[in-house]
Design a protein around this ligand. Sequence first.
Ligand code: GLP
Length: 261
Amino acid sequence: MMSTATPSLPFVVCTPAEAAREIATEMLDLVASRARAGRSAVFGLATGRSPLEIYAELVQRVRTTRFALDNVWTFNLDEYLGLPARHPQSFAHYMRERVFGPLGIHRERGILPASDLAPSQVAAHCRAYERAIAEVGGLDLQILGIGRNGHIGFNEPGSTRECRTREVMLDETTRADAAANFGGLERVPTRAITMGVATILEARRIRVLAFGASKSAIVRRTLEDAVGPDVPATYLREHSDVRLYVDAAALGGLSRSGANR
Ligand code: GLP
């Protein structure tokens, strides 16, 4: 008989700074344990506001301790299509400024989908992206934000559980949320490349961040709606090592009883 039980998503209620400290510690522990096994840690990274404190925490620890992060592999979730590689709103620019530069991660080890591909190059690029992740042993830990429409990466509503790295059309909510950064909705790209839902769920650990009242409606749907394409973040509930970090504002009126501590 098929189980009708809805899988739940463990969550922790904390401040962004507390989440950053905990996740940065977990990442540095992974770097150390992978190094003992003679290999590099592989991280899946996100852009946007949610992970900024994690990156700042990592930069501070690398500056003030003997930790080094220059031998990790990182793969970003997504990138806009149709932007020059050096565009200030490209995710490549965000990563160079906030992560790769300050952490000393070499450009060959800090990998993003390309933003300036011709249409004929996109499919092969996406296949190569999947291959590159597999070749270094798969993602040890994926950091994720949640879009207000429930997207993870740029897997917009309608994305299936099986989808992999591919070109997508951006949802109007997603473009509207990016409009201020681009100085107007008409300047926001309409297309992007994103890791797929299946790609994300193959990460061995997933740590998800949602802070602030603007996320409370989608946090509720992520925790309570049926798992499926209407809210792609609900797929995270099928992962065996996932944790959502929320603050009280993002949790809204929900009970804290799902918190795993
Ligand atoms: C963006 C990105 C996602 C990000 C999400 C949430 O559009 N494609 O990777 O996680 O939306 O962004 P934020 O953290 O700024 O709320």
